[in-house]
Ligand binder design. Structure first.
Ligand SMILES: Cc1cc2nc3c(=O)[nH]c(=O)nc-3n(C[C@H](O)[C@H](O)[C@H](O)COP(=O)(O)OP(=O)(O)OC[C@H]3O[C@@H](n4cnc5c(N)ncnc54)[C@H](O)[C@@H]3O)c2cc1C
Length: 422
């Protein structure tokens, strides 16, 4: 029995060894010599996927963290602790800032150079062409970088992904398979909300197996929404290979220079509030008056104010004061904005599109105010108040006013009694 198993493994190894695409490359971001936490979230998901992958396909492919920067070598060990099997880093003063042109060039060099994996997996070097999978972060740097790297590697890209599965799929497609049923192996299913925001789209990056237009599309790559996955727990017992890559630059590459970098602190600090009141297009009947109502409610609750994405596109005519305070991208909650997890999240006039829900669904307690009980927000909220905000919010304000008034009276009484005793 044992003999048969060994033979099977050996057979798999031989038949698999001519595959040209290997490993999952995770493009790590850091700032001021600190790892960006979402990079660790990507590593966590990569670890989970590749553990299953190796088990299922009886392979030994790795999670390889690719990290560029200046003075970043010492962060490599942490990447191993957070799930990478190996780290390929380039530590060079020219890589201090993530200049797209230079980063694209170096990452593409690493991804297509068999020598970059020589130390990590010598058994795959001879056939290696490119990574099997590649992950980037869906932030402003990663979104840009993923598009230029994948153009360079001549493959496809799915952006803003928040769910991933690796599976074998039977595909029948006029263009890809010339109408034949073909089983594709080790396919990365990349999920993101569709443009309506109410359905999921699955994106696949498939080789053309149609004999007339044969072409391979690897790596299968995506950018991943920050907050979509959890990092694994740091394990300082984990070991891995750390390998330096020396990139080649020419004069042309180094023409762009960053003279100064300044960190701008976000003026909206959702993290400092226990309650967030967000509003959406439901304010439409009387936008400015409705924002005033929401502002009053938020003040009473000591809450910060968030918005849905369409609001940030300045779709309503408002006075300069309200426009400048509330209609700003840094208040957007969702996949294109911020992820928030307050104790209480109050969604006013928000329908509950997937992109919005992804940004707030982990709040402890969710209240929705909406006249339409078929709105998808109803499925995720703890309390659904069916009604127009114009009718509901004044009642809440009135009740809160009474209760806060009573509390203040009680506080005064306590103070009088305490002073009386002194
Ligand atoms: C790539 C991409 C990324 C996106 N990213 C985000 C994101 O990060 N965040 C985000 O929010 N959206 C995002 N969206 C947009 C998203 O798909 C939805 O279109 C958007 O969230 C809907 O905003 P809304 O709920 O304010 O508006 P609507 O969907 O128009 O909902 C308005 C709601 O108000 C209710 N309403 C009407 N009258 C009243 C009233 N008088 N009182 C109370 N309620 C009332 C209605 O019943 C309705 O449910 C993204 C879309 C795409 C394509």
């Amino acid at each position: 029995m044992a003999m048969i198993t060994t033979n099977k493994i050996e057979h798999n190894r031989l038949t698999n060894n001519n595959e040209s695409y290997r490993h999952l490359f995770v493009i790590i971001e850091s700032l001021n010599k600190e790892l960006i936490p979402s990079s660790l979230e990507m590593l966590g998901e990569a670890r989970r996927l590749m553990d299953n992958f190796n088990l299922k396909y009886n392979l030994n492919e790795k999670v390889i963290a690719i990290h560029l920067g200046d003075g970043i070598k010492d962060l490599s060990q942490d990447l191993i602790y957070y799930g990478a099997d190996a780290v390929i880093y380039s530590d060079d003063p020219h890589l201090k800032y993530p200049i797209n042109k230079i980063y694209t060039k170096v990452i593409s060099q690493i991804a297509t150079d068999p020598n970059s994996i020589r130390e990590i997996s010598p058994e795959y070097v001879s056939a290696f062409k490119k990574p099997r999978y590649m992950f980037f972060l869906a932030d402003s740097i990663g979104r840009h970088l993923s598009s230029t790297v994948l153009a360079e590697l001549d493959s496809g890209l799915a952006s803003d992904i928040n769910k991933l599965v690796i599976s074998d799929l039977e595909i029948k497609h006029q263009h890809k398979t010339k109408g034949e049923n073909i089983t594709y192996k080790k396919i990365l299913e990349m999920y993101r909300p569709d443009f309506s925001g109410f359905l999921w789209t699955t994106i696949l990056c498939l080789d053309n197996k149609n004999p007339e237009i044969k072409k391979e599309f690897h790596p299968q790559a995506c950018s991943i929404i920050p907050g979509a996955f959890l990092p694994i727990i740091k394990d300082t017992k984990r070991t891995g290979i750390i390998s330096e890559y020396h990139p080649h630059f020419n004069e042309e590459d180094l023409k762009i220079k960053v003279l100064k970098q300044e960190l701008v602190k976000n003026p909206v600090q959702f993290e400092n509030y226990k309650i967030i009141v967000s509003f959406g297009r439901g304010i439409k009947e009387n936008p400015e008056d409705n924002i005033k109502l929401i502002e009053k409610l938020a003040k009473l609750l000591n809450a910060e104010i968030g918005i849905s994405l369409p609001i940030s596109k300045k779709i309503f005519h408002l006075s300069e004061k309200y426009d400048s305070i509330y209609i700003t991208p840094n208040r957007v909650v969702g996949t294109s904005g911020r992820k928030v997890t307050p104790l209480i999240y109050i969604a006013v006039g928000i329908s509950g599109a997937i992109q919005h829900l992804e940004g707030m669904k982990e709040s402890d307690f969710i209240i929705a105010i909406n006249p339409d009980e078929n709105s998808p927000i109803k499925d995720v909220c703890d309390v659904f108040i069916k009604g127009r905000m114009e009718d509901v919010i004044p009642l809440i304000i009135e009740e809160l006013g009474k209760r806060l008034g009573q509390t203040r009276e009680k506080e005064k009484e306590i103070q009088v009694n305490t002073y009386g005793k002194l």
